[in-house]
Structures are given as structure tokens and as C-alpha cells.
Design a protein around this ligand. Structure first.
Ligand code: MRU
Length: 318
């Protein structure tokens, strides 16, 4: 499997290969591949590649390895539902085919997940055009663009669609501490697309919202609970609170597959905690609390934009 290694951006465009399971798991764990939909697509393709790599043509071995390989991948990052969802699709597909067709069927399923992701992004962009009049000023947090998906992104899909239609859009990107996805990745891909972008420190988002310079906030999601609570990159909750205070609409954009009807509410979403090393140098002996995500309650979300259009919680079925 070949992918753009997001750890090196924006200074270098490094393309990396992963074949063995350990390499695929490491790419996801260290955010070389990141963003909920991209993690799902990367895990699906990576799982097939890793199974083939380990089995060397023996279908029985592929079937024997599948449960353990799937479990290791799902354990790489717990919060984004897309990871378990995509891997689960391959496991289900394997259960329906004979050994002689197993590898071909798994390849086909991973390919379908990739193609569907591209189409879901397009659909989110099309439905989201109504949010993007000419001259719109948009605040986003983290990176929910092309780098986070196989297509044109989720939160940034309407931005790309509006830009493609000739409308002027200005994106304000929160830096997104501590791994700086907004400053490194959103700014990089907006600049590449010729879309004006301004980066601000996370701590400045509330002040910017108060100035009246932002028409709407739009973010992605890693998991949306059945009641509409949204897990997304840490800092999203604070932006949503500030948006509410200052009367700025706050939209969540995600493919339907990010909605997890099996999770009743946000408190049941497992939040990934990451190493203190990501926070930079601290005085020796000082503790750190470094959650990678937070939960924004449904009450702060103006509307949910999906590939099926605008949808309303509670989400009861697929
Ligand atoms: O830790 P990351 O960079 O994988 O977190 C990414 C986010 O929180 C995104 O906003 C989310 O996955 C949606 S991406 C379309």
C-alpha cells in the first residue's frame, strides 16, 4: 500500500509503502494516515495487503490470519468509528465466500470502500453548497479535507465545491494543538487548491468568532452518537461553545458511516489519549492530560451535513 505520509507535511511530500501488518498499524497509530474516513479506507486496503503479504498465496492462511489482523488494526485508534466499520465490512465479506475467491473478494470490498468514500465526499460537497454563498468566511478545526479522506474531504467538501463553482471562500484554520493538523495540513491543501486560508492559534478562535468575521463553523467528526453528540479533534467543543455564545452557526459534516447508532450518546464514546511527548518539553516530573478528541453535545450543533443531505438526530437506523 502506498500513501502520502502526513507526518512530513507541509515541508516534505513523502510517499511511504506499507506491506506488513505492523507497518500498516504503525502508519495509522502515528497519524501518517489520519482523519476518520482515510483511516477506514487505509485500514481496509492495508488489511488486504498485509494478509496477502503474510500468506504468500495461501488462501487458508488469509482466513486464519484475518481475525487477529482485524483486531490489531481496530485497536490502533479507538475513537473514529470508520476504522472498525471498514475492517468489519471485510470480515463480513470473508464470511460469505469460499477460500478460492477469498483474496479477490477482499480486494473488491476494499476497493468499494475507497470508491464509496470518494462518492460520499462529492455528495457532502454538493449538499453543502447551500451553506457557501459567494464571499463566505468559514472557520474549521483540525483537518477534514482531502488529506483526511479518499476524496475532497467532509467539512472542506463544500468549500471545494463552492470554490469550483467560482464562489469566493475564505477559510480560517485553527492551528489544532498539539499535532497542528490545521496549520500543517488544512493550510497546505487549501493553498494548493488556491483557496485563501488564514491560520490562527486555537486560543484565538473565540475572539475571532466574537469579531463577526466568521459566517459559519464547519468541522468533521470521528464518531457521531445516536443522539447527535459528536466526537472530533480536541478543541472542537470549545469552538462550538464560543460559536453558540456569539451566534455563529456550527455545522458537522461527515459521511453517514460516521454515525454510530450502537453508541447512544457521547459519554459512551471511547476517547483516545496520546503520549505526553506530543505536548513538547515540560518540566521533569510534570504530568500531562492529552486527549486526542472531545465530545461536542448535540445542543451546540446547528445541523448535520452528510452524503444523504442534512439529517437530524436521533439516528435510529442505518
Ligand atoms: O487525530 P486525527 O488527525 O486523525 O483527527 C482527525 C479529526 O479529528 C477530523 O476532524 C475527523 O477525523 C474528521 S476527518 C474527515
Amino acid at each position: 500500500m502506498r500513501f502520502l505520509d502526513q507526518r512530513a507535511l507541509p515541508s516534505r511530500e513523502v510517499v511511504t509503502d506499507a506491506c506488513a501488518l505492523d507497518e500498516v498499524v504503525e502508519a495509522i497509530r502515528t497519524l501518517a494516515i489520519r482523519g476518520a474516513p482515510a483511516i477506514g479506507v487505509g485500514a481496509a486496503i492495508g488489511l488486504v495487503v498485509a494478509l496477502e503479504h503474510a500468506a504468500d498465496g495461501a488462501s487458508a492462511r488469509v482466513r486464519a490470519d484475518l481475525p487477529a489482523f482485524a483486531a490489531r488494526l481496530i485497536g490502533a485508534r479507538p475513537t473514529a468509528v470508520n476504522l472498525a466499520w471498514a475492517v468489519g465490512r471485510l470480515v463480513l465479506r470473508a464470511a460469505t465466500v469460499e477460500d478460492s475467491h477469498l483474496v479477490a473478494a477482499l480486494r473488491e470490498e476494499a476497493d468499494a470502500i475507497l470508491r464509496e468514500d470518494i462518492a460520499m465526499c462529492e455528495a457532502i460537497g454538493t449538499h453543502g453548497m447551500s451553506l457557501m454563498p459567494d464571499g463566505v468566511r468559514v472557520l474549521t478545526h483540525c483537518n477534514a479535507g482531502a488529506l483526511a479522506t479518499a476524496g475532497i474531504g467532509t467539512a472542506l467538501a463544500p468549500v471545494y465545491a463552492a470554490h469550483g463553482a467560482g464562489r469566493r471562500v475564505h477559510v480560517f484554520a485553527d492551528e489544532t494543538r498539539p499535532l497542528r493538523q490545521g496549520a500543517r495540513l488544512t493550510a497546505w491543501e487549501m493553498q494548493r487548491a488556491g483557496i485563501p486560508v488564514t491560520v490562527l492559534p486555537d486560543g484565538a478562535a473565540a475572539s475571532l468568532l466574537r469579531t463577526g468575521q466568521i459566517d459559519l463553523v464547519i468541522v468533521g467528526a470521528d464518531r457521531i452518537a445516536a443522539n447527535g453528540d459528536v466526537a472530533n479533534k480536541v478543541g472542537t467543543y470549545g469552538v462550538a461553545l464560543a460559536a453558540k455564545t456569539h451566534g455563529v452557526p456550527f455545522y458537522v459534516a461527515a459521511p453517514w458511516s460516521t454515525i454510530d447508532i450502537a453508541t447512544a450518546h457521547g459519554a459512551a464514546i471511547e476517547i483516545e489519549h496520546r503520549s505526553a511527548d506530543e505536548l513538547g518539553e515540560l518540566p521533569p516530573g510534570v504530568g500531562a492530560w492529552n486527549p486526542a478528541f472531545d465530545v461536542t453535545p448535540r445542543s451546540l450543533v446547528t445541523a448535520y451535513l452528510t452524503d444523504r443531505g442534512f439529517v437530524e438526530p436521533p439516528f435510529l437506523n442505518a
